[in-house]
Design a protein around this ligand. Sequence first.
Ligand SMILES: NC(=O)C1=CN([C@@H]2O[C@H](COP(=O)(O)OP(=O)(O)OC[C@H]3O[C@@H](n4cnc5c(N)ncnc54)[C@H](OP(=O)(O)O)[C@@H]3O)[C@@H](O)[C@H]2O)C=CC1
Ligand SMILES: Nc1c(N[C@@H]2O[C@H](COP(=O)(O)O)[C@@H](O)[C@H]2O)[nH]c(=O)[nH]c1=O
Length: 597
Amino acid sequence: MALSLVAGYSYSLLGKGFSISNSLHNNNSHHARDATYIKRAAEIADSSSGFTSPHPNFGCVLVTPSGKVAGEGYLYAQGTRPAEVQAVEAAGPWSKGATAYLNMEPGDCHGDHTAASALVQAKVTRVVVGMRHPLKHLQGNAIRALRSEGLQVDVLGEDLQSKIIEEARKSCLVVNTPLIYRATSQVPFSFLKYAITADGKIAASSGHAAWITSKESRARVFELRGRSDAVIVGGNTVRRDNPRLTARHGGAHMPLRVVMTKSLDLPDEANLWDVSDVPTMVVTQRGARKSFQKILASKGVEVVEFDILNPRDVMEYFHDRGYLSIMWECGGRLAASAISDGVIHKVYAFLAPKIIGGTNAQSPVGELGMVEMTQAFDLLDVCYEQIGPDMLMSGSLQPIPDPTPIIPSENETLAIDPTVNPYEPSIIFFYKTWDPYGAFSNFSAHSIKMPEENGGNVTWSSVEHYYQASKFMGVSDSGAKDCIGKIISAKSPEEAAKVGRSMQRLHPNLVRADWEDVKIDVMYSGLRCKFSSYPYLKSMLLATSGSVLVEASPHDLFWGGGREGEGLNYLGRLLMRLRSEFLGESSTSSESTCLAL
Ligand SMILES: NC(=O)C1=CN([C@@H]2O[C@H](COP(=O)(O)OP(=O)(O)OC[C@H]3O[C@@H](n4cnc5c(N)ncnc54)[C@H](OP(=O)(O)O)[C@@H]3O)[C@@H](O)[C@H]2O)C=CC1
Ligand SMILES: Nc1c(N[C@@H]2O[C@H](COP(=O)(O)O)[C@@H](O)[C@H]2O)[nH]c(=O)[nH]c1=O
């Protein structure tokens, strides 16, 4: 049962943070092995992309106890044989006692549990799952079914946590990026592709653009088209280029070709109006050139009218039509409009070693209204690749949303915090310290006294001071001690955060090696101390019983909930866990990690 909460928000109370230290399987070599095979599952899951309509990518790798790969399989298309069935068949008797690595929890739309049953019947004993199924109605079903049959199921990020596991998990998110976007937002995954000269132009000043990039690059473009449900251009590109927009690499899936035009002032004859092999859709403003709409319809071109034509409404419409992945191959004006509407998630820039010049020659993205370089969007997870003489730079405009916050089952919810009614949860947001629940923030001015390893103790001005300084604790380098000193003397939690973050960025060698593994525990011990030390804070926390707590930070997607619920909300989760612990607390409390002030 998913928690569907305030618009755009839904939260799992089941946190990766809730299987913290005791259940951490911190055996690095086991993690390395699990990570290797999960990455392999993600790799083979991608095998059919570009040949079938975009669909969830599933891969399965079966590994014997002695570490041999006994069978592999990937889903070719929706409705074809599940990856797990193929892997089990390939492995034959070696399936017995094997571990199955799945990049994603199988989705069982028809209630027949084919994929999970194949593993159970083949007597697989352990299943490692890269990520839960992102669609709410499928999430957790197969995992529960497998566990109920006695198989050990380890989910990355929940039952297995470490840096190496996190990297492997990322490859699972990447291979199903379109599905994850579809599950977490009301628009499909969209990427903007453009070809530019080395001086940043997408055409000569005359508008001529054929060709900027090499044959090799254009072949890659065909592949990208084949991985998409639709390819979009604007009216000008049709008038100027008369494109075909087909995926011309053998056997490829052909995406729908879409023209966005407000004027509908398009040529009577165009390559896109030949729909004998591939369909074309024209999206336009309501009432535009009705007579031309009839001509298009007579040629078999679908025309869809919008009250006000804009990229977001078109993407919401495409979401409703079931599309997962959209490629924008338009010029700069439409690209700017789509970016401004927040519907472009990734960019593929093909850069050719040519200079064309021309003050009026177009660049790939038109007006975004930015005036200072500090306003620029930073691309994330940037990759560079040489293709023939050209370079392909790709990067994300928005991080891939982590679908984990959406779940969980009723049982799982109650296991984390029995006070929350999974059917009618309310949310309490907190963020800035002056807000009604601002005292829940790490930045609230509540000092805590924590023990030190050497037997002494230190008073920290806030949980944030303690958390930031912990990054550098236990590191012998004198630079690390200097960092701690600077954080202790920081005059405010904000300053402590600033110092800690910049030191971490500038001197990663001074940060304790296990920081990623322990940071949640560190935060929890700081929070525990704070709420145990101030009775009124404890009462305030207990009074929120029954509500989901969310740190409403729009930019911290780890500790906070994000702008639209895409964040992991670890701070909120830890507070709920603490609340739950206080509620069931016995007389022995937190003596060992918190000292009376
Ligand atoms: N090198 C490359 O990768 C590419 C180069 N090009 C080149 O770019 C040039 C065309 O660029 P450009 O005019 O920017 O691109 P587009 O034609 O791709 O986009 C602009 C057109 O899109 C339509 N449109 C519909 N809704 C909107 C909206 N909300 N905002 C903006 N436009 C909307 C309008 O069509 P209408 O006027 O019909 O109403 C508008 O004229 C050509 O010279 C072409 O060769 C184009 C694509 C890729
Ligand atoms: N000029 C240019 C591109 N331009 C894009 O390709 C479209 C033409 O596609 P098609 O008719 O199917 O070959 C064109 O309208 C524009 O969207 N693409 C590139 O990879 N490299 C290039 O140099």
